[in-house]
Ligand binder design. Structure first.
Ligand code: F6P
Length: 342
């Protein structure tokens, strides 16, 4: 093996730069060159690349985002683009491609692997909803940011005797809501996996007030839906992978709570603050371990495989296994969190 390529696709995520750095450092140790592909699959369609040497990855460990840029480009939307990807892959003279992404980006990687490209996956998403890995990097950072926000919302909610609804990310799975909600002492946590029963939410808030607690914090994942309702979206347009832009459930919920309980209610949407900025130590370590192991998988010809965290070990699983089914919230954990509702 002489040269490998690396790209980051989908939503950015704290910990991407530690993975890139680890891949380049390990490759350098093994005498292998690294080509960075800019902006996810878009860069491979357009042959937009950059050489990654030790200097290029110096000082990026603590930086959020990705030095390679990213996009939600899906080459399979257009046959011609798939041909361009294959042509450019060949033209770059790389022996393998390390793909860092979530279910969409890795879905493309799995298809390209079937078409003969030597692909290795690294799981990435703040949502933590990829299967066959206990955690994805970026999740811990997002949870810490959301927890700090909930702590801050507590003092203002308490001072004003208000309900504050905090909307966090989580398209299909409520991992961020559950972890940050438990860590921040939320009084109600609402997730995509369990339809929202507004009467139950209001009854719980009333019960809490009756026991003298004049404020409450409700954490809701952006993908949560009301019973019989649909996910709340910002626009109808779909992205290249068929996803809508979520957002707005917090506002709807807060209006309903105020209307039904008469308690003054406010909403805070954390949005992309959860994805930006410096990764936590946990995410830096996980990203570093993933990067080193991904290089080893590539060197050993384990194409079609993805690095994963199982317990405290980094293991290889097939990309297809990982994207086959989303990892939704562990209901034992969610039910445990309910002990602290109300
Ligand atoms: O997939 C990660 C994620 O942050 C989701 O939680 C969220 O729905 C989505 O990305 C937002 O995507 P974008 O940055 O493209 O608006």
């Amino acid at each position: 093996m002489k040269k490998i390529g690396i790209l980051t696709g989908g939503g950015d995520c704290p910990g991407l730069n530690p993975v890139i750095r680890a891949v380049v450092r390990k490759a350098h140790t093994d005498g292998i060159g690294v080509i960075g592909i800019r902006n996810g699959w878009k860069g491979l369609i357009e042959n937009d690349t950059v050489a990654l040497d030790l200097g290029a990855v110096s000082g990026i460990l603590h930086r959020g985002g990705t030095i390679l840029g990213t996009s939600r480009t899906n080459p399979y939307k257009n046959k011609e683009n798939v041909e361009k990807v294959k042509y450019n892959y060949k033209g770059l003279g790389i022996d393998a491609l390390i793909v860092i992404g979530g279910e969409d980006t890795l879905g493309v990687a799995a298809k390209l692997c079937d078409e003969g490209l030597n692909v290795v996956g690294v799981p990435k998403t703040i949502d933590n909803d990829l299967s066959h890995t206990d955690y994805t990097f970026g999740f811990d950072t997002a949870v810490n940011i959301a927890t700090e926000a909930i702590d801050r919302l507590h003092t203002t909610a308490e001072s004003h005797h208000r309900i504050i609804v905090c909307e966090v990310m989580g398209r299909h799975a409520g991992w961020i809501a559950v972890h940050a909600g438990i860590a921040g002492g939320a009084d109600i946590i609402l997730i995509p996996e369990v339809p929202i029963d507004i009467e139950e939410v209001c009854a719980s808030l009333k019960k809490r007030r009756e026991r003298g607690k004049l404020f409450s914090i409700v954490v809701v994942a952006e993908g949560a839906k009301f019973k019989k309702g649909q996910a709340v979206t910002q626009e109808e347009k779909l992205d290249a992978f068929g996803h809508v832009r979520l957002g707005g459930i917090g506002q709807n919920l807060s209006e309903l709570i105020e209307e039904k309980t008469g308690y003054e209610t406010r909403v805070t949407v954390l949005g992309h603050i959860q994805r930006g900025g410096t990764p936590t130590a946990f995410d830096r370590v996980l990203g570093t371990r993933f990067g080193v192991e991904a290089m080893d998988l590539a060197k050993n010809g384990k194409f079609g495989y993805m690095v994963s965290l199982q317990g405290n070990k980094i293991e290889a699983v097939t990309i297809k296994e990982a994207i086959g089914q989303l990892k939704t919230v562990d209901m034992d954990l969610y039910n445990m969190s309910k002990i602290f509702f109300g």
